[in-house]
Write a protein that binds this ligand. Structure first.
Ligand code: WT7
Length: 652
């Protein structure tokens, strides 16, 4: 984080209390109530979490709320039997919620589909039975590569219902990324669609899957949902392996009882970037994740039966798992789900959706907010946003300017904003305002959620006002491991300090105890709220036959939060032409996905290194950000740096 940003944050002292009207009706309506509950939750977690878990359905009650004997391999609700799909669906079918909209879906071209809880339960059971027809059983891993259509939520819930472990792959990932994820968990089925709409174009999802599966012998079947019915979208079909969902499901029953899952049975894997070249398969299990996403949704979104809730994330990321599918549905909420981009057919699309569906709770990312700001107030002003009562943000630090705009133009100074800090690994929100009681400060995620014991520490475990974020004690939604790599789990998250979880973020704590998240302290860059390890990109670059070495750094980006700059040195005799730059850009898009393509690729004869041969990323970052170069005394050859700096500035 730049010093300048840090200063803006340090100087930020505006405060925004919730209105009395909001507080009075809220689940948690005063700071005293929060403090009392918080104290209970941290002093007696067993009691606190068992009371929450009792609100949900269990086939068999747990013996122990949390078992820390084999830390950091914690167990929650040990020996309890439940099913999250049952809790999201069946639990609501003997009340009026049965006839309530669970999902209000809107396709990018404009079509609408509304699924009531009863309707969604039927569709999920038909999907589960179709999976069974393909021989899928409890414990199988299933990769899901779908656009944001109802079948994405349906297939996720269908897997959970029969105990199959889903691994959703965001539909912006390339064939190679699909292949790596499928192979890592040895998935035997891929669920995809022929296509999906994005900015007026059909994405050829099935073709991308076909390419990925050329090297995936573990995959026996591909289930294809038809999205492009009226568009004659071309794609191949492999007899025996590929099945149309609408054919396969034609004669299946719409009753499929939910499997009784153990609390600690795996629910899903979700791959995320770390500091090495290899993405990690984050493991979430059933009971704790269910209880945690249920409670955070209820309190942070202050969910009421009449709310229309819209989270704009993609289900391909953890935000969509926890706060489009599992958390809100476990609460019986009505969720809006939208397939496409915010600027299609024009920049008013989101506000059009808010107005037409009367959205009351809106949850999005800072990168989107900054794009809305750039597009201008005229777009939201065209629409009636008076249905909104609560706003949320997630994914990266929000700059106070964007926060103030969001509050004024979208919230019309009427809606509290919840800036929620959490991660793929945490399963659910960890540091967040509660909208009825927290006085918010622009740019601060404020205070820890119930049961979360957060601290700011130095490397040496001393408490400090500005240092590293640390979480003491386990919480129910926490990851249980990295698929196939328990050592990496221990080393990455639990070895910096004993007894503390290390999330990899820098943080500051102010005099009121508020947390200000300052961004990653490791080699992970947050581009538009998407996490990407610089090592992952670097290894993709060096796979190219022209590249000798590469170093990728994150720089500040006006809209995306952070952007990527790649410094690349080429093999002897190869010239860094514009064509090669384009080729490498395409290479990265094909190897990982378009969303990680660098802002710039800078060719250089050499990269700045220490005498022991370590690339000095810090100096590259200084060059890329145009700031004064830090100390160069450890450099093996300081002239490399001058050449690079000149080159960078000349080409700008
Ligand atoms: C990283 C986690 C949480 C779901 C989406 C991203 C950053 C997330 C905030 C926030 C400041 C935030 C952190 C974190 N982050 N939310 N409210 N304020 N930073 O999940 O891909 O696992 O990324 O996103 O750096 O470590 P993810």
């Amino acid at each position: 984080m730049e010093n300048q940003d840090l200063n803006t944050i340090l100087e930020e002292n505006r405060t925004f209390p919730p209105s009395q009207e909001f507080s009075q009706k809220a689940h948690i309506s005063s700071l005293e109530q929060y403090q009392t509950m918080y104290k209970e939750s941290t002093e007696n977690p067993e009691k606190f979490w068992s009371q929450v878990a009792e609100e949900l359905h269990w086939f068999k009650k747990w013996d122990k709320v949390v078992n820390s004997e084999n830390a950091p391999f914690f167990k929650w609700f040990e020996n309890g039997k439940t099913n999250i799909s049952y809790n999201c669906l069946d639990r609501h079918l003997d009340s009026a919620t049965k006839n309530k909209a669970a999902i209000i879906w809107e396709g990018e071209p404009g079509e609408e589909r509304v699924l009531t809880y009863q309707g969604l339960a039927r569709e999920v059971q038909r999907f589960s039975n179709s999976l069974k027809k393909l021989g899928i059983k409890k414990g199988d891993r299933i990769a899901i590569y779908l656009p944001m259509i109802p079948e994405l939520a349906i297939s996720v819930l269908a897997c959970a219902r029969i105990g199959a472990i889903h691994s959703v792959i965001f539909a912006g990932f390339s064939a190679d990324s699909i292949r790596d994820r499928v192979l890592d968990c040895e998935a035997n089925l891929v669920i995809t669609a022929d296509g999906g709409w994005r900015r007026g174009k059909m994405l050829a999802l099935k073709n991308i899957v076909d390419q990925a599966l050329e090297e995936c012998p573990c995959v026996k079947d591909v289930l294809v949902v038809r999205r492009s019915e009226h568009h004659n979208f071309p794609h191949s079909f492999q007899e025996g392996r590929d099945h149309w969902y609408h054919d396969l499901s034609q004669d299946v029953s719409d009753k499929c009882p939910a499997e009784e899952m153990d609390s600690e049975d795996m629910l899903f894997l979700l791959y995320t970037s770390g500091t090495t070249g290899k993405p990690k398969g984050i493991i979430h299990t059933t009971g704790g994740y269910m209880v945690y996403t249920y409670l955070t949704s209820k309190y942070v979104f202050d969910l009421k039966p009449t709310d229309i809730y819209w989270c704009t994330a993609d289900i391909g990321w953890v935000t969509g798992h926890s706060y489009i599918v599992y958390g809100p549905l476990a609460n019986g909420a009505t969720c809006v789900m939208y397939e496409g981009t915010p600027n299609w057919p024009d920049e008013g699309r989101f506000w059009n959706i808010v107005q037409r569906h009367q959205v009351s709770i809106f949850y999005t990312a800072p990168t989107a907010i900054r794009a809305f700001m750039k597009w201008g107030d005229k777009w939201p002003e065209k629409y009636d946003l008076s249905s909104l009562r609560l706003l949320g943000t997630v994914g990266e630090p929000i700059n106070p300017e964007a926060w103030i705009w969001y509050n004024k133009v979208i919230g019309q100074e009427r809606c509290p904003i919840v800036d929620t800090w959490w991660q793929t690994e945490t399963g659910g929100m960890m540091i967040t305002p509660l909208p009825g009681c927290t006085v918010t400060k622009p740019g601060s995620a404020s205070l820890p959620f119930f049961g979360v014991d957060a601290d700011v520490l130095t490397e040496n475990k001393e408490p400090t006002n500005a240092g590293l974020l640390a979480i003491k004690k386990p919480w129910p939604g926490m990851l249980r491991g990295i698929y196939g790599d328990p050592e990496r789990y221990k080393n990455t998250y639990w070895s910096k300090w004993p007894e503390y979880y290390f999330p990899g973020d820098g943080a500051k704590r102010d005099k009121d105890g508020y947390f200000w998240i300052l961004g990653r302290v490791d080699d992970v860059v947050n581009v538009s709220g998407h996490r990407i390890g610089t090592a992952e990109l670097e290894s993709v670059f060096v796979e190219h036959s022209s590249v000798a070495e590469s170093a990728v750094v994150g720089i500040k980006h006006e809209i995306k939060g952070q952007g990527l700059i790649a410094f690349v040195s080429l093999k002897r005799g190869i010239e860094g032409t514009k064509d090669l730059e384009q080729e490498l850009t395409k290479w990265v898009a094909n190897k990982i996905g378009k969303f990680v393509v660098p802002e710039r690729i800078v060719f250089s004869a050499d990269l700045p290194k220490t005498r022991s041969g370590k690339i000095m990323r810090r100096l590259l970052r200084d060059i890329a950000e145009g700031s004064t170069l830090g100390s160069v005394t450890t450099l093996a050859d300081p002239s490399v740096l001058d050449d690079l700096k000149k080159k960078y500035e000349d080409e700008d």
